[in-house]
Design a binder for this molecule. Structure first.
Ligand SMILES: *Cc1c(COP(=O)(O)O)cnc(C)c1O
Length: 511
């Protein structure tokens, strides 16, 4: 154990201190707090110097891996660099100091930013309106599905309780649909990894609420039959949901709205550069076509005739409905274009989303500008294809066509040594790269899913390729060494089941 692996409490030395406060000039120990709330003993804080504290936390931070420390080829996760200007803007007290309960008159700038970001996302995706309220991709999926359900309910079309989900879908898709109370119907992929249109046709009837698709799909492939699929689903009365978590390869090139999608979510914490991992913070804005706009959740930011912005909380204020009925949906009898939110699918977050993430996304979009944002997709796609082509002789490539932002290998080309995808991922850590996504998608047994993103230079991609080739060679020469990798990381090979089921979360359980 290195000395800095110790807990800060172990570094404590009686009487040592890293601060000095001025003496209490009132010389009083009298507190205004009630006696019952006061502690009887001083808190057991570590007694350390400032240097001890700085070293301790700096060393701890270096045991972690992040996009600021190295390349992160985690497929499906779009781990792109988060430009530091984003952090500067998000930390600006003008925004960071706002209180979520402040009256709308006092936060017009923040509400304007909400509106402007929503408009930028509309322009990028071809949707009519956005809510920025959801806190994550999966949360956006739930919101979008609630919009779809509300649309059918508002039309009295109550039979539509089924949602079609491809077998290649991201796991959150069926999960969100189940949470929304929809029954999931699976549609198969064809041999080239795309939704099988012939398998889809017999599923379409008047019980179908819609279909959830990702395009490019989880294999990184563009669903080229999307126009036909959209026409088929619309013809049966269903709606099309677009999982836009991986909008990265399409940004500025193709708009889901033009493909025929009615509802979508984006992951601001992927495509729009907010850092993510470890559960957040995230943001999963939902965009809809015009005919669904009134069903977006409340609270909504609405622009009054005079240009001021206010927050519609869903309480019906329309002349046609009873004063303060507060009813959602058809109950209050409002017209669909009603702006007070009474047609909303409900409320899905306490306030108006993760504002810090919205600020980062907004900054990212403005810094790139209309011209440069169009380069994101093509560069990401170029990087992914470059890696794929450079490695396909040493890793098994089940789907050899041109990919979008990511692609999937099915393990090493030569699997006779017994070296698995897990072993490759672990050994890669020894070379200072984060592991790719492994064993997902489930369509292959040894999936290695790689996504480079546009922010990596060709030099970084070349280094990665070189190391991946070296690993393929090593696997042949010393497979046993692989089985015990990683060798150079703060923690070696873990029993993954025990690590997940019985994690050691307390220092005293470790020593
Ligand atoms: C990441 C991802 C999601 C889920 O997003 P979260 O923010 O993790 O909930 C959904 N679909 C796809 C395709 C994704 O890549």
């Amino acid at each position: 154990m290195k000395y800095y692996d110790k807990l800060i409490f172990d570094l404590s030395k009686e009487g040592r201190q890293g601060y000095s406060l001025p003496a209490n000039k009132w010389e009083s120990t009298v507190s205004e707090l009630p006696a019952g709330l006061l502690r009887s003993e001083a808190p057991a804080l570590p007694q350390v110097s400032e240097l001890d504290v700085v070293r301790h936390y700096t060393n701890l931070s270096q045991m972690n891996f992040g996009v600021d420390s190295g390349f992160y080829p985690l497929g499906s996760c779009t781990m792109k660099y988060n430009p530091k200007i984003n952090e500067e803007i998000a930390a600006n007290p003008v925004f960071a100091g706002l209180h979520p309960l402040q009256p709308a008159e006092t936060v017009q700038g923040a509400l304007r930013l909400y509106k402007d970001l929503a408009a930028a996302l509309s322009a990028i995706t071809g949707m009519a309106e956005f809510t920025l309220d959801p806190f994550a991709g999966a949360h956006g999926e739930l919101t979008g599905l609630m919009v779809i359900r509300q649309y059918h309910i508002a039309r009295g079309d109550l039979k539509r309780t089924k949602i079609i989900v491809p077998d290649s879908a991201h796991g959150t898709n069926p999960a969100s649909a189940a949470v929304c109370g929809l029954d999931i119907v699976q549609v198969k992929s064809n041999p080239v990894g795309l939704v099988d249109v012939e398998d889809l046709k017999p599923l379409l009837d008047d019980t179908i609420a819609g279909i959830m698709m990702t395009n490019p799909n989880t294999l990184g492939l563009f669903e080229k039959d999307i126009r036909e699929i959209a026409a088929l689903v619309h013809a049966c009365g269903g709606l099309l949901y677009y999982d836009g978590a991986n909008m990265n390869p399409l940004m500025g090139v193709v708009r889901p709205g033009d493909m025929g999608f009615d509802v979508l979510h984006l992951n601001l914490h992927k495509t729009f550069s907010t850092p993510h991992g470890g559960g957040g913070p995230g943001s999963g804005p939902v965009g809809v076509a015009a005919h669904l706009a009134s069903h977006l959740p409340v609270p909504k930011v609405v622009e009054a005739e005079d240009g001021t912005l206010y927050i519609a909380d869903g309480t019906c204020k329309c002349a046609s409905s009873p004063e303060g009925s507060g009813a959602f949906g058809p109950a209050c009898g409002c017209a669909p274009e009603c702006k007070c939110g009474c047609q909303a699918c409900g409320q899905i977050s306490g306030f108006m989303g993760n504002f810090g993430v919205l600020l980062r996304a907004y900054t990212y979009i403005l810094m790139l500008g209309k011209q440069n944002i169009k380069k994101v997709g093509p560069l990401a796609v170029l990087g992914a294809n470059y890696i794929k082509e450079s490695l396909k002789d040493v890793y098994k490539l089940p789907i050899p066509t041109v990919c979008k932002h990511e692609f999937v290998f099915d393990g090493l080309a030569d699997q006779s040594t017994g070296v698995t995808t897990l072993d490759v991922a672990k050994r890669l850590l020894d070379y200072g790269f984060h592991a790719p996504t492994i064993y997902f998608p489930l369509l292959f047994h040894q999936s290695i899913m790689i996504e480079p993103t546009e922010t990596e230079s060709k030099e970084t991609l070349d280094e990665f390729i070189e190391v991946m080739r070296k690993l393929a060679q090593e696997a042949l020469e010393s497979p046993e060494y692989f089985k015990e990798a990683p060798h150079n990381t703060p923690v070696g090979r873990l029993d993954e089941t025990t690590a997940a089921r019985q994690p050691i979360l307390r220092y005293k359980d470790l020593v």
